[in-house]
Ligand binder design. Structure first.
Ligand code: GLC
Length: 476
C-alpha cells in the first residue's frame, strides 16, 4: 500500500489486536508492544493493511485499559514510549498503518482530572465530569443505568453529589458539554497524530454527550434487552458536532482515519457519517455480529445497510471484536470459512479480529479465572468477554508461543493443533482462504469498491443458502 495514498482506509483490510493477548516478549504472561513488533512479519504476510490496537496507555486496568489514567503515556505493562515509537516506524516500514483506541467518554476515577474534580464542588475541574444532586428523597438524579449493571450514578459522600458512569463506577463519564474537556481530548489526539499514528477507533462514541435536561430514560417494551431504553443517555443530536470536530482534528494531519464504535440500528448508525459526510469516516458496522446466521437475514442486512448508506459514504463490516463471542463459536468452524468469504468479498472495509483467521474459538473460563469486570458484575448471563480475549496461538510449544510463562487468561485447549505454524503448513486450513481472499481483494479492486447490483446480491444470497442449508442461529 502506498503510504501517500489518501484512500488507504477504503481499500485496506483492518486487523484488531488485543495487546494483552497477542505476544508476550518479557515473560510476564501479558502481551506487549515489543511482542507486536516481533509479529509484524506475520501480519504483513497475512496481507492486512492496518492494525488497530486496543488501549496500551497507563491504566488501573479495572476495564483492561478502557480506563486511561494518562492519555499520553504507555503503560509499563506494555512497554515504553520508545517501544511505541519503534512500533510506529516498524509498522510503516512494513507497509502497515497503525490505529489507536481513543477512550474519550470516561476516565478512571484515579485520573488526576477526576481526583481534582471530586476534591470539592468549587474545583476548577468539577464540571469536567457529570455531577448532579440526588432526588429530594436522596435517590439518584434519574433512572439511567450502567452498561455493566446497576445504577449509572454513584454517590460521593465528601461532596454530597452523584457522578454519572455509563460503565463501572470506577469509570466516571467526562462532561462533553465542557469546552475544556473537548480541547483536552483534541490535544491528546494531536499528540498521537504527531507521533505518526494513522487514526483512531473512538470508543463508545455514541453516548459521548448526554441529554442537557437529564430526563429519565423511558421503559423498554422489549424488556429482555434491558429494563429501560437509552434514549436520553446516548445518541443525542449534539454528538455529531463533536464527531465533526474530531474529524477536523484528524484532518489537520492529512490522510488519517476516524472510526467510531457505535451500537445502534442501521438507520441510526448511518447518521454517524455526519452531515455532508463530515463525521466518522467509518462508523463501525456490527450488523453481522448480531444477525441470525441465516441466508435471508444476512441478505436483508446487506441490502438494508447498502440502502441506508448516505451517498458517498464508505461501507465497512466487522465479524468479531474483544467484546463479543468469537465468530468460530457463534457459527461453527465450517461456517467460519463462509463468514470469512462474506466479510472479505463484501464491498467496503473489513475489520478482522486477531485469531479469527486461525478459527480461534471462544474459550470457557472457569468462574475463579474470570477477569472481565462486566462478567464479574453480572455473572452467568453469557457476557463472557474473557473467552474471546485469550492468547494468540502461534505454535504447539508450551503456552502456544505466546509466552514462556502462564498467560493472564487460559489458552484454548486445541492450541496444539490449531496454531499459526500448523495452519500455515496446511493448505486446507481456514488460514488459507483468509490469505487467498485478502490477496484477491488486492488484485480485484472491484471486490472492494464495486457497487453491489441486484443480481450480485442474489448470487451472494444463493451462495450462502447453499453453504447454510439449515441456517443456524447465532449464539449471541
Ligand atoms: C467499549 C469497549 C469495551 C469497554 C467499554 C467501556 O465498548 O469496546 O471493551 O468495556 O467500551 O470502556
Amino acid at each position: 500500500m502506498d503510504q501517500g495514498d489518501n484512500d488507504w482506509w477504503r481499500h485496506g483490510v483492518f486487523y484488531q489486536i488485543y495487546p494483552r493477548s497477542f505476544q508476550d516478549s518479557n515473560a510476564d504472561g501479558v502481551g506487549d508492544i515489543r511482542g507486536i513488533i516481533e509479529r509484524l512479519p506475520y501480519l504483513k504476510a497475512l496481507g492486512i493493511n492496518a492494525v488497530w490496537l486496543s488501549p496500551i496507555f497507563p491504566s488501573p486496568m479495572a476495564d483492561f485499559g478502557y480506563d486511561i489514567s494518562d492519555y499520553t503515556g504507555i503503560d509499563p505493562l506494555f512497554g515504553t514510549m520508545a517501544d511505541f515509537d519503534a512500533l510506529v516506524s516498524a509498522a510503516h516500514e512494513n507497509g502497515l498503518k497503525l490505529i489507536l483506541d481513543l477512550v474519550p467518554n470516561h476516565t478512571p476515577d484515579q485520573h488526576p482530572w477526576f481526583i481534582e474534580s471530586k476534591s470539592s464542588r468549587d474545583s476548577p475541574k468539577r464540571d469536567w465530569y457529570i455531577w448532579r444532586d440526588g432526588k429530594p428523597d436522596g435517590g439518584p438524579p434519574n433512572d439511567w443505568l450502567s452498561e455493566f449493571g446497576g445504577s449509572g450514578w454513584e454517590y460521593h459522600d465528601a461532596t454530597g453529589q452523584y457522578y454519572y458512569h455509563a460503565f463501572l463506577a470506577q469509570q466516571p463519564d467526562l462532561n462533553w458539554r465542557n469546552p475544556d474537556v473537548r480541547e483536552a481530548i483534541y490535544e491528546v489526539m494531536r499528540f498521537w497524530l504527531r507521533k505518526g499514528v494513522d487514526g483512531f477507533r473512538v470508543d463508545v462514541i455514541w453516548p459521548l454527550i448526554k441529554d442537557a435536561e437529564f430526563r429519565d430514560n423511558p421503559p423498554n417494551p422489549n424488556y429482555h434487552k434491558g429494563r429501560i431504553l437509552t434514549q436520553y443517555s446516548t445518541d443525542r443530536p449534539e454528538v455529531h458536532e463533536i464527531i465533526a470536530e474530531m474529524r477536523r482534528v484528524t484532518e489537520e494531519f492529512g490522510s488519517r482515519v476516524l472510526i467510531g464504535e457505535i451500537h445502534l440500528p442501521l438507520h441510526r448508525l448511518v447518521a454517524y457519517y455526519g452531515n455532508d459526510l463530515a463525521g466518522a469516516h467509518m462508523p463501525f458496522n456490527f450488523a453481522l455480529l448480531s444477525t441470525l446466521w441465516r441466508a435471508r437475514s444476512i441478505e436483508r442486512i446487506i441490502a438494508d445497510y447498502e440502502k441506508a448508506l448516505p451517498i458517498g459514504a464508505w461501507p465497512n463490516w466487522v465479524l468479531g471484536n474483544h467484546d463479543r463471542p468469537r465468530v468460530a463459536s457463534r457459527v461453527g468452524q465450517e461456517q467460519a470459512r463462509v463468514a470469512a468469504m462474506l466479510l472479505l468479498t463484501l464491498r467496503g472495509t473489513p475489520t478482522l479480529y486477531y485469531g479469527d483467521e486461525i478459527g480461534k474459538h471462544q474459550v470457557a473460563i472457569a468462574p475463579d479465572q474470570v477477569q472481565d469486570p462486566f462478567e464479574k458484575n453480572v455473572p452467568g448471563i453469557g457476557v463472557d468477554r474473557d473467552g474471546c480475549r485469550t492468547p494468540m496461538q502461534w505454535d504447539a510449544t508450551l503456552h502456544a508461543g505466546f509466552s514462556t510463562v502462564t498467560p493472564w487468561l487460559p489458552l484454548a485447549d486445541d492450541f496444539v493443533r490449531r496454531n499459526v505454524v500448523n495452519l500455515e503448513a496446511d493448505t486446507k486450513s481456514i488460514l488459507s482462504p483468509y490469505k487467498a481472499l485478502i490477496a484477491t481483494r488486492r488484485k480485484l479492486p472491484q471486490l472492494v469498491t464495486g457497487p453491489i447490483s441486484r443480481s450480485q446480491r442474489r448470487a451472494i444470497s444463493c451462495f450462502i443458502d447453499e453453504m447454510v442449508p439449515q441456517g443456524r442461529p447465532l449464539l449471541h
